[in-house]
Design a protein around this ligand. Sequence first.
Ligand code: KMH
Ligand code: ZN
Length: 274
Amino acid sequence: MSVFKKLIITAAICGAEIMKENDPYLPTTPEELSDEAKRCFDAGARIVHLHVRDEEGKPTQDASIFKKTVSLIRQKAPELIVQVSTGGATWMKPEERLQSLESEPDMATLSTGTSNFGSDIFMNTKDMILTFAKRINEKGIMPEFECFEAGHIRLANWLIEKGYVNRNHYHYDFVIGVPGAMEASLESICHMKNLIPNGATWCVAGIGRHELNMAAIAIASGGHVRVGMEDNIYLSKGVLAQSNADLVERVVNIAKNLNREIASSQEVKELFGL
Ligand code: KMH
Ligand code: ZN
């Protein structure tokens, strides 16, 4: 069990699946993404999980767009921890996905297994995972293990045991409720949290309509939360969130009502060794 009591909120502000056609409020340009990151920080998020888009709004892992966006975020919200995606989109090749690491982020996601992803497959073979882990580790970036299935936690634990990743602290994200992958439920969370090593922290990203309930369970039981338009675009049935900050604010309110304090950036940086 982790002894870190305060709540760490990650804002996943864009993702690679939702398009502006589905949600006009989705931030996609470097300016929009950095403004949104600042709004989320002000609302209580301490980590921004970042994907970027090209000029047409399509998902890309282009290093220069990542660099520009990260640099704008650092100017507008210097205390915010920047976590880039190495997951990209399901159709991207491994080397393409790894380009985000060139933007000198604090953290990067490391998906530790293959999973169903709606009608697609999110492919992460063991060879790929080792390549990603070594690259992230060499650059001194902190990985966040993205676990879409319980078995992904075992692979992450194996990377630690074998020394492929080498940090003083580890943070796991349980992404649950993706169609065809691990169910978003109390039972999934209990099972997954029991698999992580002692002292590690865990975060829950509930997908779609599951975001709110899964966040509430995590907040009430000592976990951390990820919210944002990558995972869910609605505040209630049919009502779009007009900003990612609204989704952050909603979980901040749950935390306040449960007397769970929000961690400061400095506290998270100390815990994570950033
Ligand atoms: N877009 C998904 C296929 C990550 O950011 O590391 C993968 C994903 C995971 O979003
Ligand atoms: Zn992502």
